[in-house]
Design a protein around this ligand. Structure first.
Ligand SMILES: Nc1ncnc2c1ncn2[C@@H]1O[C@H](COP(=O)(O)OP(=O)(O)OP(=O)(O)O)[C@@H](O)[C@H]1O
Ligand SMILES: [Mg+2]
Length: 239
């Protein structure tokens, strides 16, 4: 299943502090959009607003054209097809790899289908398949990120949001994760919003790129165009 994401005129913030200003975003179904920008630009705030953890003050947030995500309660997001892999690889360290993954699909009524998804996830992440019984705290940083992503995939999302998945990972591990995202988009029509500080790698895997600065979209273009724009890179991305 495939569903794009569209934001129009979204404003959000924390209490009286506005952070996102009039944000428009168009993420076509089955594509990867990289969202980049300096520290404090509002990238995490954007993901939290889409998932309803932070209510938008105004604007519209729609998935697949029909679903008004502002009307979906945060606890219903996963069921609606939206999965977030938050910053910091939120795995449950006392639970095993297998238990962490199963948690991601616990709400699914079709247990046979959930079991099939579990097999698929292990197929994506060989290191996890080899360490099913290992506790979360025994995993390396890369394995934890795989586990956090695997747990999100257990819900078979239509829209996957990732907050800096490459943080602290070896380039090879990051490349493996990005390649998998590409494969899922091309193969299953998954729609991905990839927030990244690792701008080069993110724009290399993405179809579209969006630059956020002080809570505003300052550029939204094909990823290759953004990567080639040295002026923009110098001004907003520091390289
Ligand atoms: N819980 C919060 N309460 C108040 N202000 C916050 C909160 N979280 C973030 N902010 C503020 O919102 C702005 C945007 O922060 P946000 O975390 O969305 O940026 P970011 O682009 O994800 O940055 P980073 O690259 O450091 O992760 C910053 O000015 C930050 O101080
Ligand atoms: Mg952030």
């Amino acid at each position: 299943m495939s569903a794009g994401l569209a934001l129009a005129g979204v404003c959000a913030g924390y209490g009286p502090l506005p952070v996102l200003h009039d944000v428009d975003l168009d993420v076509p179904a089955g594509s990867i959009t990289a969202v980049v920008g300096a520290n404090g630009a509002g990238k995490t705030t954007l993901l939290r607003t889409v998932t309803g953890q932070l209510p938008a003050a105004s604007g519209s947030i729609r998935m697949g054209g029909r679903i008004d995500l502002r009307r979906v309660a945060v606890e219903d997001m996963v069921r609606t097809g939206v999965a977030l892999v938050p910053e910091g690889r939120s795995v449950i360290t006392d639970l095993s790899v297998d238990e962490n993954l199963r948690l991601g699909g616990l709400w699914r009524k079709d247990r046979a289908a959930a079991a099939r998804t579990l097999d698929e996830v292990y197929g994506h992440f060989e290191p996890l398949a080899r360490r099913r019984a290992a506790a979360g705290h025994q995993l390396s940083g890369g394995e934890r990120q795989m586990l956090a992503l695997g747990r999100a995939l257990m819900a078979v999302p239509q829209l996957l949001l990732l907050d800096e998945p490459s943080l602290g990972l070896a380039p090879k591990v990051t490349a493996g994760i990005f390649t998998l995202l590409r494969r899922l988009c091309d193969g299953t029509g998954l729609t991905v919003v990839l927030v990244e500080q690792n701008v080069r790698s993110a724009l290399a895997v993405a179809d579209h790129g969006v630059v956020l600065n002080l809570g505003r979209v300052v550029a939204a273009r094909p990823a290759a165009d953004l990567a080639a724009d040295t002026g923009l890179r110098h001004t907003y991305l520091g390289f």
